[in-house]
Design a protein around this ligand. Structure first.
Ligand code: FES
Length: 132
């Protein structure tokens, strides 16, 4: 899967782009109205933004709200599925982590920047049975 956004001028639906800006762990990311939070993250090149119980990186897996791999905290609300929540201008997003057995909802951005996450090719899928 590639993260790309079709420019409005090339979109056959005739959409108009309304820019928005969200912050993710304090970093400002730009997107457009209608994008999900996951869409804004993917368009910014962030493929993983949380860690499962084994410490393996997680991001979008199903993209339809089923797997809960994309959980983030949005404006203080924990465990929001980034693939299902439309980004709104000014949203404050914090990444979450269950690495080391931590409780995800109480982590309040403890995972920090996803820049420290290893490349997705090194992903360990041993903790996918619990679905979170
Ligand atoms: S990617 Fe599966 S619930 Fe969001």
């Amino acid at each position: 899967m590639t993260a790309r956004l079709v420019p409005a001028a090339d979109d056959a639906t005739g959409r108009r782009e309304r820019p928005l800006r969200i912050t993710v762990d304090g970093e400002a990311l730009d997107g457009f109205a209608g994008q999900s939070i996951a869409g804004v993250l993917l368009a910014a090149g962030r493929l993983a933004w949380r860690r499962g119980p084994s410490g393996a990186p997680r991001g979008v897996f199903c993209g339809i709200g089923v797997c809960f791999d994309c959980l983030v905290r949005v404006n203080g609300e924990p465990d929001v599925r980034a693939c299902r929540r439309r980004a709104r201008d000014g949203d404050t997003v914090l990444t979450q982590s269950r690495a080391g057995g931590g409780e995800e909802a109480g982590d309040e951005g403890a995972s920090g920047s996803s820049a420290a996450l290893p490349a997705p090719a090194e992903e360990d899928n041993s903790d996918t049975e619990d679905g979170v």
